[in-house]
Structure formats: C-alpha cells, structure tokens
Design a binder for this molecule. Structure first.
Ligand code: PEP
Ligand code: MN
Length: 635
C-alpha cells in the first residue's frame, strides 16, 4: 500500500509509523517526490487500510492494485534515474550502451571500446560468461575477460556492463563490474535475482524469451524487494511464430513499461532482430517509442566474431546510428546522454562550447524572456549536466550586454525557426557586438501548450495570451475556440500574467516549463498546428572565449562591393575550397540604405584547413568580413 504523508509530519511521527508497519511485517520504503512524500509498505501481510489512516502524520492510504508493488508507477510517479560512473539512465535522456557480444581478447575489446567511445556511447558492454544454446559454442573468457573489459572501460572512462549467469560468480565479478546484466534466460532465476538484489549495484534485467510484461515486472520486483533500487529493464525481443528475425522486438513494451513502472527501460535491437541490417531502424523506432537507452552490439570485424557476428554493427554503421539518435531524440523531448568523462576535465561544456568552467562552480546563462521560456529549455539542454544559474533578460540586446559585461558566462539566443525563418533582430545584433562570438548551437522542438488555472474548462476561456508567433503557430487549435487572441511580449510572460490574474477564463500559450514555473496546469498539450516546429539557438560568449575542442561549422558575415559578379566570386571561393554552404541570408546594413551583409553557415570538414587557408581566401574575396564563430553544430 501507499501511505501518503502529511506535509508537516514530524520525524518522530514518521519513526513511530515506520516501526508500526515493520512490526506488522511490512518492508517500508520512503519515496520523496516533487509534490508529496509517501511510504511504500509491501509484504505478504495485510492490514485494514483504515487502521493506518488513523495514525499520526498519515494523509491517506491507497492500495497498490498491481501484483508488482515497488516497481509500479502507482507507488512512484517520478521516473527513476540511475547513476553509474557519471552516466544517467532514465528521465529525459537516451543512454547508449555498446560493445561486442563477447569479450574475445584484450585487443578486440580495446579496439571496440575506442570505436564506440568515439561515436558517443556512454557504457561499454561485453560478455565474459556467455549463456550459449550449444554447450560446444564459445562460453566466454571468464575472469580473464572481465579483466580485459575493466581495463578497456577504465581507459575510455566508461562504466562496464556484463552478464552474470550464476549466483556463484558474484565474488569473482564484484571488482570488475559496474552494471550486472541478467540475461533473458535467467530472468526468472529467482535465486540469482535475490543475490543481485542484495548487492545493490545497477542491474539490467533482460526480458525473458517468452515472458509477459507482468512476469518481467515481477522479476524486477524481486530485485527491488531485496533492496536494489537501480534496476533497468531491457526489451530484447520475444519468441513468436515469426522466424525471419531471431526474435520479435516488442516495441510496444516500451510505452507500456513507461506507463506501468517508474523504472528505466532500455532496448536491445541486436538480439531483438539478430540481423545487422535491421538493428538501426529498430533502434530508432525504440527511441521514437520512448526508450531510455539502447544496448547495441558492435564489432570491428564481425566476420571473425566468436558470437553474434551477424547482428553486430560495423563501426561506421554504429557511428551513423548515433548521429540519427541525436537528431531524433529532441522530437520526443529527449536528449542523447553525453559522455561526462573525468578525462575531459570539465566534461561536456568543454566539448560543446569550449568553456573552461571551474569544476563545481555554476555557469551563468542569459536568455531573453521570463523564467520557463523556450530559450531556457534550450540552455538547459545545451549545458545539460552542468549546474546553471539562469539570467532572464528583457531583450535580445540585454543578453548580448550580459555576456559582454560578465554578468553571464554565456547567452542563448534564438536565430531561426523551421517554420517562420530567421529571427532577424538577433542576426543584426552580431554586427553591433563585435566582441561576442558564437561557441555552440542547440536545436529544440517547440511544443506549444494551452496553460491555465488548474481545473479550467477550455470551452469557457475568454482570452488566450501569447507571443504573436505562439498565437499564429496554434491557429488551427484557436480556430476551434471562441476566445479572443491577445498578443503578449513573451510566451512565458503570458503564463506569468495569467497566473497573476487568477481568472479561470484566461489562458496562455507557452512551453511546458512555463506551466511548471508559475504553478499552472497544461490544459491541452501539443496544440501547434505544425508539429515540425523547431527553433535553432546559438550559444554566445565573449570573444576571448576559447574555441570548442570539436567543431564542424562556421558562421561568417561579409559584404561585397556593389559590382557585377562580386557575390558570385565569394561563393565561388567557398566552392573551390570544397566547403558546403548550409545557409546564406542577406540583411540590410544599418545606415547604408540598400546595401547588404550576407550571413553564411559553412560546414567544416577540417578545422585546420579552414583556419589556415579557406578563411583567408573568403576574406580576400569579400569587402567587410567577420568570422562570428566556429563551433559544433547542435541538433
Ligand atoms: C547478450 O546481451 O549478449 C545476451 C546474451 O542477451 P540475451 O540474454 O538478451 O539473449
Ligand atoms: Mn549477444
């Protein structure tokens, strides 16, 4: 049962309550949520809920209707997030675990670790004890394999996951393993579940070959009931009559598990299909369905693999898949989990924006708008994993000012919307602020919501407030209401206004973050007419800011003499340098009527070649020229 506690329960009352439940034979677990704190009481005993309800500090008692209790969403509403070696699994992220099926040799695991690390995997996998259908097939290198795996994990700063097939292996495995994997064949090995439950280390529980979702959750319940909260489920395909694929990957299990349980679910399309060519499409389908992670088998020479070669991705296939996952994740409001490695000193910030943030200090990031604005979400996504202090600013110019005068380390400004095009004011500001440069980019999906007081009846809304763009982008939905549309200077600001008015006949259109900040309710989600609504943000910093470590894009601005063929000549130079121009946009030069500056985004294949030769050639071909920044493009 779930015991919801009064907000003002005292420590003494909680102790009395817990002891009372334990004496009756319950296991008691406290779960602190955003909105309420509950005690989960599970066990084979039963009591009349009314006898608990009358105890001091208890607000109410709700029975858990499912046979799995600790694993159920009824008990814990928030997603469980598992942390291992700086990597997070669960919540708004997609973590990728990759590596060979089996650890075959020191060289093989090192080579594979390097490949998957370079493509962005965050956890290394590899089996040392292999449960094989045939007793004559390769059974794994045992402890030697674990040593090789650990060495490779340490070298590339990745936690390692490997399968345990028997409770007797715990002692030999303990020192080498960060995440235990319980294989499909062992899902209902209850003795193994109990032992791993007691260890408490993160565990991947694969779905049994013919396990129903409820049986799988009951197996997870064993782990939780024995004290292990760090359980991730892994859908890896089930047996059906279909024999084209090795198993049938049950994609629908992903949203089902998300509904029934708070535990993270990862997906293994390698065993799920058994066919290399089917792994990437199914991995992407799993991401679209909301998976919290993927487990992918990769082998640099799959033709020589000792197990599961036909389903192992080649390094280049894996690299392409990682890029596709990165592009797809924002569509469902997720982010690929990025490596946060000690060896990067200040992890992701350095990689993405070249920031030398002092470990432990908070970065100050300015954006235009009120708290909860879309720019704030873009900033949070770009700097994910770094503690931030936001500096909400009145205007775009104020964001540039904040960065220039040091009241913010970075600014985040929207420059382009996929539906409505460029935000010209922001482009023009670059000309006014020569000491500001671009150090990164982030694209986010814009999902508008109708937001009002809790319990508002949509049919009774009289006025809807939002930024004119927000109103225009929800035209189809608004057409179905009788409400008047009222333009407001800012989307999140319009939510703040509605919250202040406390009038159930008013509503606002903004991102989900704004509803949360101002304590209002999302009355209707995703009301934008066109769901392909993305906005591209640039991350700006002072000109002294170091260049990011990895770059693939440059933004330049130039003018050309008012002469026949002068623009073509600049474009010709860009082409001759073998560069791909991604965007060209003209803006009027203030103070020089009918003269224009051209902004261009250029894809870089080699940073050094661009800096050492192309840049100079483009400069020479143009009149005024400025490099606004070289950075890593951020989808
Ligand atoms: C594996 O991950 O290599 C494995 C054997 O998986 P499963 O238990 O899902 O077959
Ligand atoms: Mn395998």
């Amino acid at each position: 049962m779930i015991i919801i506690l009064n907000r003002d329960i005292t420590i003494d009352q909680k102790t009395v309550l817990t002891s009372w439940l334990e004496e009756k034979g319950f296991r008691v677990k406290e779960i602190v949520g955003d909105e309420e704190t509950v005690l989960g009481a599970v066990g084979s005993v039963s009591v009349d809920p009314r006898s608990v309800e009358v105890l001091d500090g208890v607000k109410s008692v709700i029975p858990i209707s499912k046979p799995y209790k600790l694993a159920s969403r009824e008990l814990k509403k928030e997603d469980t997030i598992i942390e291992v070696g700086g990597v997070k699994i669960g919540g708004p992220r997609v973590a990728v675990i990759a590596g060979p099926c089996a650890v075959e040799s020191q060289e093989q695991i090192m080579e594979t670790a390097e490949v998957v690390y370079n493509s962005g995997a965050v956890i290394l996998r590899g089996g040392a004890f292999k449960p094989r259908t045939s007793p004559y097939a390769f059974q794994g290198h045992g402890e030697q394999g674990l040593k090789w795996l650990k060495t490779a994990g340490e070298k590339f700063d990745m936690p390692v996951a490997t399968e345990i097939v028997s409770p007797t292996q715990v002692d030999v495995m303990r020192d080498y393993v960060d995440i235990y994997q319980i294989g499909a064949r062992n899902m209902q090995n209850f003795e193994l579940l109990k032992v791993i439950g007691e260890l408490g280390k993160p565990v991947i529980l694969k779905r049994g070959l013919s396990a129903k979702i409820e049986e799988w959750l009951m197996a997870a319940e064993y782990l939780l009931a024995h004290g292990n909260d760090n359980v991730m489920l892994c859908e890896r395909g089930i047996r059906t009559f279909e024999s084209y694929t090795r198993n049938t990957l049950d994609i629908s299990a992903i949203p089902i598990i998300k509904k029934l349980s708070h535990l993270p679910i990862i997906t293994d399309p390698s065993h799920g299909t058994g066919l290399r060519g089917k792994v990437s499409p199914m991995a992407l389908a799993a991401v679209a369905a909301g998976t919290d992670g993927l487990m992918i088998e990769v082998h640099p020479h799959p033709e020589k693999a000792l197990s599961d070669g036909p389903q192992s991705l080649l390094p280049e296939q894996f690299d392409k898949l990682m890029k596709d996952i990165e592009a797809l994740s924002p569509v469902i409001n997720k982010e690929i989990e990025r490596p946060r490695r000690k060896s990067f000193a200040v992890h992701r910030t350095v990689m993405e924006s070249g920031a030398e943030a002092v470990s432990g200090s908070r970065l100050k990031v300015a954006y235009q708008g009120e708290p909860g604005a879309y720019s704030e979400s873009a900033a949070a996504r770009h700097f994910s994993g770094t503690p931030l202090d936001f500096v909400p600013s009145k205007s775009f110019a104020a964001v540039f000012d904040a960065v220039l005068n040091g009241s913010a380390d970075y600014g985040v400004i929207p420059v382009e919307n996929a539906l409505t095009g460029s935000i010209h004011e922001c482009f023009d500001l670059f000309l006014r602020y020569p000491d500001i440069k671009i150090v990164g980019e982030k694209q986010i999906r814009i999902q508008h919501n109708l937001i009002g007081l809790p319990g508002t009846d949509i049919a009774k809304i009289r006025k809807v407030y939002s930024h004119p763009q927000g109103l225009a982008q929800c035209e189809r939905f608004l057409g179905g209401l009788i409400a008047e549309r009222v333009p407001y200077y800012d989307t999140a600001g319009s939510v703040a206004f509605v919250a202040e008015q406390k009038d159930p006949e008013l509503a606002a259109i903004a991102g989900a973050g704004a509803a949360e900040v101002y304590g209002l309710e999302i009355l209707k989600e995703g009301i934008e007419t066109n769901p392909s609504n993305f906005t591209r943000f640039l991350i700006i910093a002072g000109s002294e800011h170091p260049e990011p470590e990895t770059v693939d894009k440059a933004t330049v601005v130039f003018s050309v003499p008012d002469r026949k063929g002068s623009l073509v000549r600049v474009l010709q130079v860009i082409d001759n340098c073998g560069l791909n121009m991604k965007k060209l946009e003209s803006r009027p030069i203030h103070g020089k009527p009918w003269e224009y500056m051209f902004y261009s985004d250029i894809e870089l294949s080699s940073r050094d070649e661009f800096i050492n030769s192309s840049l100079d050639l483009i400069k020479k071909a143009s009149e005024d020229f400025r490099l606004l920044g070289i950075y890593k493009s951020g989808i």
